[in-house]
Design a protein. Structure first.
Lengths: 319, 278
């Protein structure tokens, strides 16, 4: 187990290193040079040359990279070009708000998705199973950005009970704060709940057909105990893997949802930085997203390993 | 009633195939049957509701929504199938090599894939699209690249399984060339799993591609694309909901059609694949 944890940690470090080089290099070769962006269109070539020298833009790329990465490690993300503020201030506020959105969503997806899947799986072939299957089948096919627009039309347009966009801080009242979160969260969880519940359902059905469940039933255990003590343990392992994969999908969804709902999170910051060619902001937000994703993957992997005896006792996953 | 038993049961696969065929037909002949020019604007007809003249209404520039939808099918399909094809072309040979040659080849390929898979898909896409002006083919490649690691892992695991089979052992004993074993013995047996996975990827790719176009990082105006149409319709969802709904429903139907085909293929080609997919 320890060996596995160390191996995983090495991957995380390697990923972050590779990504930081990639992000730095690719954003460095973006059209428009930084000195030009800072000074504006009417700067004289001499001013640009001076600023370039000041910022060290004439150094070889690896010197620039090391300077940038070193500053990042110290928490210094530079100044935003378009907002004239330190990037770290913008990023950390945005990360908190995105984490709130993603956190609520993943908890809801885990609870509702697994519950629905188990509910349908143990009632295979019943009316409620068919109903759940139908609804989830449609839900996985709906693009998030379209679904967001549909529920804005419904709840903000016709019913007028929820705000269409924006964000309210907790100081503006708890209810107000919650009202602004409902539609974005609803957008994010719909497709994912469907995805998780479908896979949980099929893994529950697989497990219910195994010998040891038949054996447990033959011993005269009540159906409830068979499901709770024997089936769920094994059926939930695939569900956890799926949840880990869905974290990646969720992050994409967060970018889309934040853009549509004008929610001031990391995803919208990222799109803003791309649209405004704000290099320091773009580099920092991409690094933070990569870091969060790597951490989420790591914890999912470790949780999976912890629950799966094959890995816990030192036999590799893909051997 | 004996005749009734002879009627073959219509399965999800048939429904999906019929629907997809219809959508492909639209993509091919759509532009020539569309009632108006896709980018013909009309100041008098702005945001007109559906009518006999404009079956699906018009958008903010008075462009016919039906015509734009018929023209937009192409880019969604190109993105979905193009991206998947790209990930298969790149991922399958790499997965075959990793699973067959093992050793260093396997180590190097899989370590690169491990790192690639830890990159958030959105970031990988955005990274590619952020530094150059977006266009259809770039979005397609970006989306395809996101799915390469999954294809490599899948092909590798199937190859590892097949390598243990007797016909591969005997081919090796006959001292056949490696490329012969790879492409004539292993690949044909790996196809079912790859095809089923590809069907699933096509839907993901269509959705991701549409989302990127929606964010302004895919197909650019004035071209027509379903994701882009929904983005353009966003300011008018209260006054003219039909502009967003038409392409949205078209996207849902396309994705559902391919999902139905994917599920049908899975049942037909390989019942073992019913386990969870990674």
């Amino acid at each position: 187990m320890l060996e596995y944890v160390i191996k995983r940690l090495c991957y995380v470090v390697a990923t972050l290193l590779v990504m930081s080089v990639l992000i730095f290099l690719i954003t460095q070769i973006m059209p428009g040079n930084i000195a030009h962006l800072i000074l504006g269109d009417f700067a004289s070539p001499a001013d640009i040359a001076t600023l370039e020298a000041q910022l060290g833009l004439n150094d070889p790329w690896y010197v620039q990279y090391l300077r940038w990465a070193g500053a990042m490690l110290h928490g210094d993300m530079g100044m935003s070009l378009s907002m004239n503020q330190p990037v770290s201030g913008i990023i950390w506020g945005a990360v908190g708000r995105s984490a709130l959105l993603a956190g609520i969503s993943i908890v809801l997806v885990a609870i509702l998705g697994i519950w629905l899947g188990v509910y349908a799986g143990v009632r295979r072939g019943s009316k409620s199973d068919h109903a759940i299957s139908m609804i989830t089948y449609v839900n996985i096919a709906i693009p998030e950005f379209f679904w967001a627009i549909v529920i804005i039309m419904l709840f903000a347009g016709y019913l007028r009970i929820l705000p269409a966009t924006g964000y309210a801080s907790l100081d503006e009242g708890v209810w107000n704060w919650m009202r602004h979160l409902i539609l974005p969260v609803f957008t994010l969880v719909t497709g994912l709940i469907a995805h998780v519940s479908r896979l949980t359902r099929s893994s529950v059905i697989d497990v219910m057909n195994t010998q040891y469940i038949r054996a447990a039933r033959a011993r005269g255990l009540s159906e409830k105990r068979v499901i709770r003590e024997h089936a769920l343990r094994n059926a939930l392992l695939p569900a956890i893997t799926v949840l880990a994969i869905d974290i990646g999908v969720l992050m994409g969804g967060v970018v889309v949802a934040e853009t549509i709902f004008s929610y001031p999170g990391l995803g919208r910051t990222l799109i803003y930085a791309i649209q405004h060619m704000d290099l320091p902001l773009l580099q920092a937000s991409m690094m933070v997203v990569t870091f969060v994703y790597a951490m989420a993957n790591l914890s999912a992997d470790l949780l999976y390993a912890f629950l799966n005896p094959k890995i816990r006792y030192g036999r590799g996953r893909d051997a | 009633m004996p005749e009734r038993r002879n009627i073959r049961k219509i399965t999800g696969l048939h429904v999906g195939l019929a629907l997809l065929l219809f959508i492909v037909a639209i993509a091919v002949i759509g532009p020539s049957v569309s009632p108006y020019e896709m980018d013909a604007t009309s100041l008098e007809q702005r945001l007109a509701a559906p009518s006999a003249m404009h079956w699906l209404g018009t958008d903010e520039f008075g462009r016919d929504v039906l015509s734009r939808m018929l023209n937009g099918a192409r880019s969604s399909l190109v993105m979905g199938f193009g991206a998947t094809l790209f990930s298969v072309l790149l991922g399958v040979p790499l997965g075959l090599a990793a699973g067959y040659f093992k050793g260093y080849t396997d180590d190097i390929i899989m370590r690169v894939i491990d790192v690639m898979i830890s990159i958030p898909p959105v970031i990988l896409g955005l990274l590619i699209l952020s530094f150059t002006p977006p266009s259809l083919w770039k979005t397609t490649l970006a989306v395809g690249l996101v799915y390469v690691p999954i294809m490599v892992r899948l092909t590798r695991s199937v190859t590892l399984e097949v390598c243990g089979e007797e016909y591969v052992q005997s081919a090796r004993a006959r001292a056949e060339y490696n490329w012969y074993i790879l492409f004539s013995e292993i690949l044909p047996n790996a196809w079912p799993a790859i095809i089923v996975e590809s069907a699933l990827r096509v839907t993901f790719a269509i959705l991701l591609g549409a989302a990127l176009s929606f964010l302004g990082l895919g197909v650019q105006p004035p071209a027509s694309d379903w994701g882009l149409m929904i983005a353009e319709a966003r300011p008018f969802i209260a006054s003219a909901p039909w502009i967003a709904c038409a392409p949205g429903i078209a996207l849902c139907l396309t994705v559902m059609a391919i999902n139905l085909i994917g599920d049908g293929l899975r049942e037909r080609l390989d019942p073992r694949l019913n386990r969870s997919r990674a």
